[in-house]
Design a protein around this ligand. Structure first.
Ligand SMILES: [Zn+2]
Ligand SMILES: [Zn+2]
Length: 361
């Protein structure tokens, strides 16, 4: 019986489709045993709204997340005899404000059972919105270095007035990518330490626009400089140390990758380090539920992965009032063998995203 720990719906997220209940019904139809509903955490600054949210206020985003929580809780109860729905939150880390407010949100909403700890911005600039915006983030990191505060997006000018490095067809070199990747990984480490997420979401999202990038290449790992591989190793160790599950996320197949998120070298490093994996479809609508799980199975098998793990509510007698606790025995369960997961029986269709602005989110 398959599991997924990460999903969105058009009811509460402008770049997704369909009602949450229709997504749940599809997950039941496909035989999912555990399905995580993890709407994006609200953002807290007007400048962090996406173009499709131009008519919304910060208060609207907060209200939408609250409404997601109450809908998810009622669906969890309604379908409890057919599927284990988990209620979660996918983090954003744009500035420290996001982390602080997420901690407050968790404290006031015990029905949030777990966090998918994700980073979608570097230096305040979205990296999975479109290619030009990603190029802006890469360029800004090159200007200020991987640890310095970056210029706000608004100070970078329009595409027409921007430097060559922000023109849509520009391909950054490894030395231009390195500060950007290190900045992403530094933010990810800070997010892991601060939020202690149960699931680390799409660990290598920084590779979205450069799927061919070799994270161990000499250009990204020069002697005498901070290397990308060393920073990846550090973050993997931190994730293992806190007991987080590393997400194998099929959204990357929709983006045209040959693997899920967690490219082969990083997945192998996690296996060597004793890390644990979980599966997610990161669906943004009914047609993406369970999509490409057969490719995920083939990929996981090719990595020699023996077990995958999934989250389970800590107390099955109480619905939705305790956060999943990894320390507690039984909160993380292991599924051995693919037959137990039902993979190969419930195959998603291979679909490519149609493209457009919302490339990944
Ligand atoms: Zn997501
Ligand atoms: Zn995400």
């Amino acid at each position: 019986m398959p599991h997924s720990h990460h999903s969105h719906s058009g009811q509460f997220c402008r770049h997704a489709k369909d009602n949450l209940e229709d997504i749940v019904i599809e997950a039941i139809k496909q035989g999912f045993e555990v399905y995580g509903l993890t709407e994006h955490a609200p953002r807290y600054r007007v400048e962090d709204l996406y173009p499709e949210e131009a008519d919304l206020s910060i208060a609207d985003l907060q209200a939408a997340y609250q409404s997601f929580l109450s809908t998810a809780l009622s669906l969890k109860r309604k379908y409890a005899d057919q599927i284990t729905l988990l209620i979660g939150l996918e983090s954003d880390y744009i500035t420290d404000l996001d982390l602080e407010r997420t901690i407050d949100l968790l404290a006031s909403h015990p029905e949030i059972e777990y966090i998918v700890g994700s980073v979608h911005h570097v230096g305040g600039i979205p990296i999975d919105f479109d290619r030009v915006t990603w190029l802006r983030a890469v360029y800004a990191c090159g200007q200020t270095g991987s640890s310095a505060a970056l210029s706000p997006l608004s100070e970078l000018g329009t595409v027409e007035t921007s430097p060559l490095q922000i023109q849509p067809t520009y391909s950054p070199s490894s030395s231009e990518l390195r500060p950007f990747i290190l900045a992403y990984l530094n933010q990810q480490l800070h997010m892991i330490r601060t939020l202690r997420p149960e699931v680390i979401g799409h660990f290598d999202l920084f590779r979205l626009w450069t799927p061919e990038l070799d994270v161990r290449s000499p250009e990204l790992n020069r002697e005498g400089e901070r290397g990308v591989w060393e920073a990846i190793r550090r973050n993997v160790e931190e994730g293992v140390r806190i007991g987080a599950l590393f997400e194998m996320n099929t959204a990357a197949f929709r983006k045209g990758w040959n693997t899920a998120y967690l490219c082969r070298p990083i997945a192998e490093l996690i296996i060597e380090s004793g890390g644990r994996f979980c599966f997610s479809d990161d669906s943004h609508g009914v047609t993406q539920v369970g999509l490409n799980y057969h490719r995920l199975r083939d990929y996981a098998e090719s990595l020699g992965m023996k077990s995958i793990y999934y989250l389970a509510p800590r107390r099955t007698d109480v619905v939705g009032d305790v956060r999943v606790d990894l320390e507690e025995a039984g909160a993380v369960r292991r599924a051995d063998g693919w037959s137990e997961l039902g993979l190969g029986v419930r195959l998603g269709e291979i679909q490519e995203d149609s493209g457009g602005l919302c490339e990944c989110r």
